[in-house]
Design a protein around this ligand. Sequence first.
Ligand SMILES: [Fe+2]
Ligand SMILES: [Fe+2]
Length: 229
Amino acid sequence: MALYAIGDTHLALGTPDKSMEVFGAGWENYVDRLREGFSPVDDSDTVILCGDLSWGMDLEGAREDFAFLDSLPGEKWIVKGNHDYWWNTAAKMNAFFAANGFAKLHILHNNCAFYGETALCGTRGWFFEENGTPHWEKIFNRELIRLEASLKAAGEAEKLCFLHYPPLYKGYRCGEIIALLERYGVKTCCYGHLHGPSHRLAVEGEQNGVDYQLVSADFVGFRPKKIMD
Ligand SMILES: [Fe+2]
Ligand SMILES: [Fe+2]
C-alpha cells in the first residue's frame, strides 16, 4: 500500500486536436508513458491527481480520458485544475462516474480523504496570474474557504495537502495559502501546473515545516511520485 501523486495529465483522448504532443519531445507519446508510469502502482494504492486532467469541455467530452484514468491501477482522488473545464458539481461528477462505472475515481473538493490515519486535503489553489481577473478577490476568498474546509474536515489527523497551483514559486508566495498550510500543520504539499521551461521556477523542499513537491506529469516523467508508504 502506497500513496502517490501526479498532476497535469492533460489527456485529450476524446479531443485529439488538443493533444499535448504538439509541445514537442517533453510530451511525446505521453499517454503510453503515463500507462507505463503507473506500472509500479497497484489497486491497493492511492493516487492523488492534482488537476488539469482532461481537455474535455464537459463531462461527456472528458469521458474517454476518465475511462483511461479509471483503467489505471489505484484509487484516484481528483483535485481541480485551471484547465478542467468539464468540472461540475460534486453530485453531478459522482453521478457521471457511477453511471459510467468509473469506480476508482473520486472527487477531492471541500472534503478530505483518508489514507490510513493520514488525511489527504486539497483544492485548486491560487496563482498570481489570476490577480486582476474579474472578481478575483471573491474567487480567491472562496479558494481559501475551500482549503480551510478541507483542512478542518481532517480534524486532528496528520495532514497532507494537494493543490493544483503552486502556493509558492521563485519570486512569488501566496501568503494566505501558505499561512493556512502552516497553521494546520500540513507536512507535505504537492502541486502541479508548472510545465516545460517553468519547471526551473519551482520551489521544492521544506519551508517552515511544510515539504513542497512539484508533481506535474512532465516534471515527474509521467510516473506518479511516491509520497508515502
Ligand atoms: Fe497543466
Ligand atoms: Fe494548470
